[in-house]
Design a protein around this ligand. Structure first.
Ligand SMILES: Nc1ncnc2c1ncn2[C@@H]1O[C@H](COP(=O)(O)OP(=O)(O)OP(=O)(O)O)[C@@H](O)[C@H]1O
Ligand SMILES: [Mg+2]
Length: 295
């Protein structure tokens, strides 16, 4: 392959659109690479969470997200656990404001709403990046965000956020209830969560099902300006991401500095239809340029 071929590869093109270093600046504390979260203790009841506090969606103003069950997700604990102290917060916030601006603009230009976050291989930082991106998007007053854990092989989002009070999305895929009843609302925000409590070896079958299409359709319409951010498995190594690809309007690819090989990244990028590639996000880089963090 010539240098020219490399520069014109899908991965290079994606990187040239936006490559954001989403790591703390050099010299600052690093997130704990070993941070693992115990699996959440789930509410197993098939009844909707929230009890009487929640009214049916149809009774309420569509912009009032308090109609959904309250989430017990703990974002402060998430930040502490992943080593984001007060000093790092503004760096992360700035980095993800750039990604947010790029991603929201690109998805709106395409007339779409559903964004998938994937990576070439496992442990590149998809789940952590999904959380940061969803929060950054939800900070826009007019923007509602549904953050959906569709990594049905390893649904760790709930554990990362210490969320315990939710109906596991696996139940929805198995045919129980309406997708809206699985959403929980993060208080004082425009953020809704769709979480699962355990992995399944049938993830590709569930992602290919009509239930997934119904769920995404409902999520798109929870409020007038909504984006759905889907935390996905790696694109290489299983067919989950290609299975859900027709339902996605755009894809963000997370690559980990020092971990993702070039060939691997290029192979992954080739699998994403060119028109769906929103941006590549460089994670775990040791270098961060403050100058590039301006929104
Ligand atoms: N920017 C970062 N700097 C340092 N460590 C990070 C960073 N982002 C994520 N990590 C660490 O890398 C590990 C994997 O992160 P994460 O779970 O988000 O990856 P993933 O791609 O979602 O993994 P999986 O493929 O298992 O779903 C975690 O231990 C996390 O703490
Ligand atoms: Mg993950």
């Amino acid at each position: 392959m010539s240098d020219n071929d490399v520069m014109n590869s899908p991965f290079e093109r994606a990187l040239s659109k936006v490559t954001v270093d989403a790591s703390p600046a050099q010299g600052q504390a690093r997130p704990e690479a070993t941070a693992e979260v115990p699996p959440p203790v789930q509410q197993r009841s098939s009844a909707p969470v929230g009890g009487d506090r929640r009214r049916r969606a149809s009774d309420m103003d569509p912009t009032d997200l308090s109609r959904f069950a309250p989430s017990d997700a703990d974002f402060l604990r998430f930040e502490e656990r992943f080593g984001i102290g007060p000093d790092q917060r503004s760096t992360f916030d700035s980095a993800f404001r750039i990604v947010r601006t790029q991603v929201l603009q690109a998805i709106k230009d395409r007339g779409g709403q559903v964004i998938g976050i994937t990576s070439p291989s496992s442990r590149n930082g998809k789940t952590v990046s999904s959380i940061h991106l969803a929060r950054a998007c939800a900070r826009r007053a007019e923007q509602t965000v549904v953050l959906a854990d569709l990594n049905l092989q390893r649904p760790l989002l709930a554990g990362y956020l210490d969320a315990r009070e939710f109906r596991s999305g696996i139940g929805f895929f198995r045919g129980e209830g309406r997708s809206e009843d699985y959403l929980t609302h993060v208080e004082d925000s425009n953020l809704l969560l769709f979480l699962s409590d355990r992995g399944t070896s049938q993830s590709a079958e569930l992602l290919a099902s009509d239930r997934l299409k119904q769920g995404l359709e409902a999520f798109r319409s929870v409020a007038p300006e909504t984006v759905v951010i889907c935390n996905l498995p790696p694109i290489l190594g299983s067919d989950d991401v290609m299975t859900i690809m027709p339902q996605l309007d755009g894809v963000v690819m997370v690559v980990a500095a020092g971990e993702t090989g070039f060939k691997e990244a290029e192979e992954a990028a080739k699998m994403i239809p060119r028109e769906k590639m929103l941006c590549a996000l460089l994670n775990k880089s040791r270098y961060a340029s403050q100058a590039s963090f301006e929104d």
